[in-house]
Design a protein around this ligand. Structure first.
Ligand code: NAP
Length: 290
């Protein structure tokens, strides 16, 4: 029998200082006490530290926003990416099991190779093109293999108005003149605030205990990095030129999928949760929506 969420017992939030972690601290407050744990507070790659932290806090829910997210650097730092993205989720899942807590974990559109040319469903075969995607896929498997109530949310192209992300990079570079941005990689930009609200909605859902599993949770619609940049520049009221370039014009250490759009039907059908379109979400972020 599925166990109800005891969120009032508290939420242990790992990776609380990352861009998603900061949004979760704000959004999950009020559901129960939120124990916001930074990298310095607990290294999720240290199994003993994870267990000691969870034993001490005895949370009702563990939320893992910690990850190795340097996609290009992961190509040469495979061991570090494996430890944090593949092994740590298993430690967190075991710790959750030991105290009867639920686990929320995040994964990525980069588990797909982007060759399908259509939106991916949760049961589509994965085929990551880079080390980051490979390690995130292993992390999903580690969580989903354990017999606990776990939600693995695959998301995409996360950003915020602050911190280090694509939007703030565009903002910084636009001050120096025209931009050249890749126009042949397509995805769905998703503000961290939207994903944090999806997380809250799942934890509050009366039927959540019966709906654990793997979900796609990215904004609806699709654009390219170039299209996203044009929308950012418009939102910022800047008059800078944004020229399209190809992936071949902008070589990176890690290969990236050309079309990594995520189909959100499962989240809508099972939990009634719909994410806004990427352009509406961007507009709302600039209007200061919560
Ligand atoms: N960013 C995207 O575009 C994107 C896209 C799809 C999916 N995702 C997924 O979404 C989730 C959140 O990503 P994000 O963009 O918020 O990442 P982020 O801003 O890079 O934050 C990751 C956080 O994890 C912490 N961390 C790293 N190693 C750790 C360790 N060993 N122990 C404890 N904490 C550690 C980092 O702290 P330090 O900086 O102090 O090390 C940082 O605060 C991740 O699962 C990511 O894979 C992200």
């Amino acid at each position: 029998m599925a166990q109800a969420c005891e969120v009032r017992r508290g939420i242990a939030l790992f990776g609380a200082h990352g861009q998603l972690g900061r949004a979760l601290v704000r959004t999950l407050a009020g559901l129960g006490p939120v124990h916001a744990l930074s990298h310095a507070d607990c290294d999720v790659g240290d199994e003993a530290a994870v267990h000691a932290t969870v034993r001490r806090l005895r949370p009702g829910v563990i939320v893992n926003a910690a990850a190795y997210t340097a996609v290009d650097r992961a190509e040469t730092e495979r061991a570090a990416a494996l430890r944090i993205n593949a092994e740590a989720p298993g430690y967190l899942a075991d710790a959750a099991l030991s105290v009867g807590a639920w686990l929320v974990h995040y994964s990525t559109d980069y588990v797909f190779d982007g060759a399908a040319g259509r939106a991916y469903r949760e049961d589509d075969a994965t085929a990551p093109l880079n080390v980051y995607g490979q390690t995130k896929r292993l992390g999903e498997e580690a969580v989903l293999a354990r017999p606990l109530t776990a939600f693995v949310l695959r998301t995409a192209w996360l950003y915020d108005r602050e911190g280090r992300n694509f939007l703030t990079t565009v903002q910084r570079l636009a001050a120096n003149g025209p931009l050249r941005i890749v126009s042949d990689q397509y995805g769905s930009p998703t503000p961290v605030t939207v994903l944090a609200h999806v997380t809250r909605a799942i934890l509050m859902h009366p039927r959540a205990a019966h709906c654990a599993g793997l979900y796609h949770a990215a904004c609806a619609g699709v654009t390219s990095w170039h299209g996203f940049t044009e929308a950012i520049v418009r939102s910022l009221g800047l008059a800078v030129t944004v020229s399209p370039i190809t992936t071949a014009d902008y070589p990176t250490a890690a290969r990236r999928p050309a079309y990594s759009v995520l189909d959100g039907t499962r989240l809508k059908e099972r939990l009634g949760i719909c994410l806004p379109s990427w352009d509406r979400a961007l507009a709302e972020l600039f209007m200061g929506a919560p």
